[in-house]
Design a protein around this ligand. Structure first.
Ligand SMILES: [Zn+2]
Length: 418
């Protein structure tokens, strides 16, 4: 049976590479996910799935654990879910992937068009070619092959193309809130054909610093908010140092699992004016086991301490203000002794021929919404690529086909064949 399914998969190579290129050419950056989601809806429909295209509603998810605060809604930015009903009675499965992508800036650092989907020497290039339109294509490829092979599953299979993985996770949260639960979930991120033992927690904060403007020729009269912003970066680096020193048993082999990154800085508006304001947006890694409330308090305390140590009269009187907007993602851990892990291991080994390796991750993904809040075992498994969130991102096309072959086995073994 597998030989003929693998032949079906191989026969669909050109179609699947075209689908990936089509998806890459639809730049689904935040707020512009709609057109790419219509491509996914078309594909899920083609697979015979019952389609549910819905915009998450903040009022329906904001009270739920795992929710991340946002300042805009989701109009025109749907999740796309496709359900393939099984014959009944078997174990159910969710396959999850995100359609949202980070920007391609700075575009001048690329040597290819970030939205071109160019293919060279077995790789497809472009923003999200790897993270993670490759995973969405592997998911479609696998289900397409099962369908063409006439396989009817016993358990239900739910396919999800979600928004907001790169900034809040609210897309996957909204799918759970809508009632799409299952006995297991695969997050089809490009993991390099490995499993994920962990997902790192991530918190975003916006830190506002008030200054006092004056003419730069009399800078002593003002308080430069850009200069004062050093205190926030110092606090961020101290937080990173402490979290890494504290560590976590699963991250023992890693010198620096936690990264705290000042990602955006905006301040002032004129070279000859002392900057009257400055805002930083930062990303902090949070080791599994620490709650969001604890992690927030830890940063606020360190920021407060750092301000005190500086003995800066202005900052003592006008301390930086922290706003928690975007990611409030707790870390989580996958149980590799579970039945799920056994089935994934067998599926991987049957295709790749080597034992399945697991990685501890310094990044976060949507695994947490399944395992932490619904007790649904979930790991991440998908194709191999390079350059996620950086220039010249690309994916190894052969690895998408390999992931699709592993998925077909996993789906059949997990859900059962009628
Ligand atoms: Zn991703």
């Amino acid at each position: 049976m597998w030989e003929s399914i693998d032949r079906v998969i191989a026969s669909r190579r050109d179609a699947m590479v075209s689908l990936l290129a089509e998806l890459v050419r639809s730049p689904s950056v935040r707020y512009q996910e709609g057109p790419a989601q219509m491509i996914m809806a078309r594909e899920f429909r083609r697979l015979g799935a019952e389609l549910d295209v819905f915009e998450p509603k903040v009022e329906e998810i904001q009270h739920l654990p795992g929710y991340s605060p946002v300042e805009t809604g989701y109009e025109g930015r749907p999740n796309v879910v496709g359900v393939i009903k099984g014959a009944g009675g078997g174990r159910s499965l969710v396959m999850n992937g995100h359609i949202d992508v980070v920007s391609a800036e700075p575009v001048e650092n690329w040597t290819v068009n970030p939205w071109g989907g160019e293919v060279k020497e077995g790789r497809l290039y472009g923003r999200a070619s790897c993270d993670m339109k490759s995973g969405l294509v592997a998911m479609v490829w696998a289900v397409d092959a099962l369908r063409r092979s006439g396989i009817q599953l016993v358990g239900d299979l739910t396919l999800e193309s979600v928004i907001e993985e790169e900034c809040t996770g609210n897309g996957t949260l909204a799918c759970r809130a809508r009632g799409y639960l299952a006995d297991a979930a695969v997050v089809c991120e490009p993991s390099g054909l490995t499993g994920a033992l962990t997902s790192m927690g991530v918190q975003w904060a916006r830190v506002k610093i008030k200054g006092s403007s004056s003419h730069a020729a009399w800078s002593d009269l003002g308080a430069n908010a850009i200069e004062k912003a050093y205190v926030v970066i110092a606090a961020l680096k101290e937080l990173e140092r402490r979290r890494n020193a504290r560590g976590h048993e699963l991250y023992r082999g890693m010198a620096r699992p936690v990264f705290c990154n000042p990602g955006v800085i905006k301040g002032g508006d004129w070279p000859s004016t002392v900057a009257g304001n400055c805002t930083l947006e930062v990303r902090m890694g949070v080791l599994p086991g620490q709650t969001m409330a604890e992690a927030r308090r830890e940063f606020e305390d360190i920021l407060h301490e750092t301000v005190e140590q500086q003995k800066d009269a202005w900052l003592l009187k006008h301390p930086p203000v922290v706003e928690w907007v975007g990611f409030q993602a707790e870390g989580c851990v996958f149980d590799t002794s579970s039945e799920y892990a056994r089935v994934l291991e067998a599926s991987h080994r049957a295709v790749v021929g080597t034992p399945l390796k697991y990685k501890v991750s310094t990044g976060c993904n949507d695994m947490r919404f399944f395992s932490l809040y619904h007790g649904i075992p979930a790991t991440m498994y998908g194709p191999a690529g390079t350059g996620a969130h950086s220039a010249d991102e690309s994916v190894d096309l052969a690895s998408i086909e390999t992931a699709a072959r592993v998925y077909t086995r996993f789906i059949v073994d997990w859900c059962g064949v009628a």
